[in-house]
Design a protein around this ligand. Sequence first.
Ligand SMILES: Nc1ccnc(=O)[nH]1
Length: 161
Amino acid sequence: MASTVQPDPKFMRMAIALATENVRSGRGGPFGAVVVRNGEVLAAEANTVTSSNDPTAHAEVNAIRAACRKIESFQLDDCEVYTSCEPCPMCFAALYWSRCRAVFFGNTKTDAAAAGFDDSFLYDEVKRPVEERRIPFARVLGDEAIESFEVWKQSMERVDY
Ligand SMILES: Nc1ccnc(=O)[nH]1
């Protein structure tokens, strides 16, 4: 049986405090995230979308980036991520790509929607056919683009991930 990772409430309190302080300081949205490995905080970051002019600067993405920089790795093996709010689809994917071993969240996406952060439409968009999306998506030069994958598959220097 897989052993389950138990959350430590003190790290969630850090994430919540970061989220609330972020609103008070005006740096961004009410979101905080903490990356922990073996009980040690590797990164503790808040959302900086509006202050860094970066639409991808969600708390979870900022924390993943800071933690990976710190341990000089593109994976967060054996790490837990504590986030003050259930991740949006972008961060959900980023957390999976990070290979962290557990995610703990405080607020739910329903709480987020009630505060004006509704991301449920994104889950619908992924499933929708390309031509029915809110932002038009269209395939261009697929026959030329395939070259990158062919070179990757042949590469002796590639770092798989
Ligand atoms: N869960 C989140 C939703 C929106 N923004 C964030 O930084 N985090």
